[in-house]
Design a protein around this ligand. Structure first.
Ligand code: GLP
Length: 240
């Protein structure tokens, strides 16, 4: 059973998770973080950045969950760019130690296996930050994803493309494919920290935490993990 922490604001949630990360890095300076994109984890990164002055983050390693396929890495909305902007630069991480799946179409056939090998070579992820999509996806594991899945190419659902259109000029500019850590990959992380804020996430969160284990709700895979912390606001928790 996951531990569920309900806090009044995103900022309080960000502080709580940042505290856990500070404790991890203090005891393990080369800890491996699993970082997520989307708006949900931003309060965590901001809270961490605010205390990074007194903290040595130079040896921290990180793996992102996912990437669009076919966007140049330097595109401002590629997840490589987003992670650089929101995580690497504000926290002062060593960019060489921060990995994102390679969404370059030319090498996509072995990009999944390469990423799995890199995570394994790092000794696995210590703490994985997760958001949840309104359709219950984690990473970019859309409904129908196997609980055993590893890093691979997926097709984005229309709902996810519409949800993410706000980052692009129009929905037509949102890529149709992505490369994402699988649910099986995510479940190997030693500690999962799932964040959700706002009423729009309430249904997906309740289905993930309290509904049946089902590939229709990829987030329900977290029920299979022995160490899950869920940090949410009251609106996201309203259907629990
Ligand atoms: C995106 C990302 C996920 C993220 C989710 C929710 O598409 N691939 O990793 O958790 O959708 O995004 P947001 O936090 O902006 O609501």
């Amino acid at each position: 059973m996951a531990e569920v922490v309900i806090l009044p604001t995103k900022e309080a949630a960000g502080d709580l998770v940042a505290d856990a990360i500070v404790r991890l890095i203090t005891s393990t300076p080369d800890a491996v973080l699993g970082v997520a994109t989307g708006s949900t984890p931003l309060p965590v990164y901001r809270s961490l950045a605010a205390r990074s002055a007194g903290l040595d983050l130079s040896r921290v390693r990180a793996f992102a969950l996912d990437e669009y396929v076919g966007l140049p890495a330097e595109h401002p909305e590629s997840y490589r760019s987003v992670i650089t902007r929101e995580v690497v630069e504000p926290l002062g991480l060593d960019p060489q130690l921060v990995h994102t799946p390679n969404g370059d179409a030319a090498t996509i056939q072995h990009a999944g296996a390469d990423y799995e090998a890199a995570i394994e070579a790092a000794g696995g992820v210590d703490l994985q930050i997760l958001g949840i999509g309104t359709d219950g996806h984690i990473g970019f594991n859309e409904p129908g994803s196997s609980f055993a899945s590893l890093t691979r190419v997926k097709t984005l659902t229309e709902q996810t493309r519409r949800d993410n259109a706000r980052f692009f000029d129009s929905v037509d500019d949102v890529p149709r494919h992505c490369i994402t850590q699988g649910l099986g990959t995510i479940l190997r992380a030693r500690h999962l920290v799932l964040l959700a804020f706002g009423e729009a996430k309430a249904e997906a969160l309740a289905a993930a935490l309290e509904g049946p284990l089902t590939a229709s709700v990829p987030g329900s895979a977290v029920q299979l993990h022995g160490h899950v912390t869920v940090v949410v606001d009251e609106a996201a928790a309203s259907r629990l």
